[in-house]
Design a protein around this ligand. Structure first.
Ligand code: LLP
Length: 431
């Protein structure tokens, strides 16, 4: 259920008018719905009820402290990929003991920090990393809990840049080598404690089939490793895709469930119905690491139309949000629904490109799109921007990072201030 809808001719997030937020805080502006995050967490948690499970939210999707605090209060754990993300989780009141640490390139400083904070598990991606974690743990007089990430060589059938579970991707250790790696940990790495086994095949999966294929393929290995080394958990990674096409709420939950099922074959029910029965016989704690599912449809990027340009080939609507604010359209051909903050007359559209102010041809939010005929000065929203939106934003073109707002019912909280130019230049020196 997404809490963005038209009401009295205006787009609202929960009970707050987005036009009022854009006017008050300026644009570009990220706005998140707390109720949507809570709803998504609760629905996934309920769907996995048949299993001993822990949802480790993938912090990289949206690491705003208030989003992390919301998930921590719901009892969630976190999947982190850097010391910085762990620092954020702790600042937000999250429990380090519910954190898994993923990523192929952990540094000594990061491993030490994570050990000192007492994280739940390192998800190791190579033998060299395991050797190194063993050494770092030994030098601190600690034992490091580890899981090995298996690369199951399963095609997630998603965008090439977010596919991770094929042998040619840099992630994990080849399926055939896993048993040997666990044996080596047990015999040669006294400062490691085997805790689990992990996999993650890719992001924005829109079919349940690759998940099922991967779980079917890896489960026998998990059972074998459990028997030999006493595993505590199996993490099935993240990757649950979201519906980028249908982002507004009609106000009727059953309507939304039906329509999302029709337009988007991977519902959370289908995901759980398919994987829970396969996982249950393992008798292990099951971890999952959703990022996008939790926050993607909970966020929108508001932007103002600055100019219109009618070129020989195209109409361009030039807006004040650029690829530095939302890079998904140009990096992954990501499709974000574009809607005006003032409800348009039904059927009135115009074919246009929505482009940003950055000096790059790839700077667009949408291309060749039928959009409402918005004029200069009016506002639009790029929907489903809650995941991999702000977290992938940059200061390119010396553009300050946008502000972020968390809406909770009729309250709108500034959860991150817009950067000032002095913030952007902080730490630079003229020599
Ligand atoms: N676990 C691991 C080990 C991951 O690498 C990822 C995402 C996740 C979990 C969470 O995946 P999710 O549930 O969000 O699909 N920037 C790209 C997506 C990159 C995903 C990277 N890894 C995008 O905007 O589409």
């Amino acid at each position: 259920m997404h809490r963005f809808h038209y009401q009295q001719g205006q787009l609202f997030c929960e009970n707050v008018s987005l036009q009022s937020l854009a006017e008050k805080h300026g644009t570009p502006l990220y706005v998140y719905s707390k109720a949507t995050v809570t709803d998504h967490f609760t629905r996934l948690d309920a769907a996995l009820m048949g299993l001993d499970h822990l949802i480790c939210y993938a912090v990289k999707a949206n690491s705003n402290l208030s989003i992390l605090a919301t998930i921590a209060r719901l009892g969630g754990g976190f999947d982190i990929v850097s010391a910085g993300e762990l620092y954020r989780v702790i600042k937000a009141g999250g429990d380090a003991g519910k954190c898994t640490f993923a990523g192929v390139g952990k540094t000594r400083g990061e491993i030490e920090y994570a050990l000192q904070q007492g994280i739940y598990c390192f998800n190791a991606e190579s033998e060299a990393e395991l050797v190194f974690i063993n050494e770092v743990a030994g030098s601190l007089g600690k034992k490091a809990p580890v899981a090995v990430r298996v690369n199951p060589n399963v095609d997630a059938k998603t965008h090439a840049k977010i596919t991770t579970g094929k042998s040619e991707n840099k992630f994990g250790i080849d399926f055939d080598r896993i048993a040997e790696v666990y044996a080596r940990i047990a015999s040669d790495m006294p400062n490691l404690v085997i805790r689990g086994l992990q996999m993650h095949i890719g992001s924005q999966l829109t079919s349940v089939d690759p998940f099922v294929e991967a779980v079917r393929k890896v489960s026998p290995l998990v059972a074998e490793m459990k028997a030999q080394h006493g595993l505590e958990f199996f993490s099935i990674g993240g990757g649950i895709g979201i519906n980028y096409r249908q982002c507004l709420d009609s106000g009727d939950a059953s309507w939304w469930e039906q329509n999302s099922a029709e337009q988007h074959p991977l519902t959370i029910q289908k995901y759980a119905e398919s994987v829970v029965p396969l996982l249950k016989p393992l008798g292990l704690r099951i971890l999952c690491e959703p990022g996008r599912f939790m926050v993607g449809n909970a966020g929108a990027l508001l932007t103002q139309v600055l100019y219109e340009k009618r070129g020989a080939a195209k109409v361009f609507k030039i807006v004040d949000a650029g690829m530095n604010d939302l890079i998904r359209p140009t990096l992954y051909e990501g499709w974000h629904q574009i809607v005006p903050l003032k409800q348009p007359a039904a059927g009135e559209t115009e074919l246009a490109d929505i482009v940003g102010p950055i000096c790059e041809t790839g700077d667009y939010l949408a291309q060749n799109r039928d959009v409402a005929p918005v004029k200069a000065g009016e506002y639009i929203a790029a929907m489903s921007a809650g995941a991999y939106g702000f977290t992938m934003a940059s200061n390119y073109n010396t553009r300050p990072m946008p502000a972020e707002i968390l809406v909770d019912g009729d309250q709108a909280h500034i959860v991150r201030e817009r950067q000032t130019l002095d913030d952007v230049l902080k730490g630079e020196h003229v020599v």
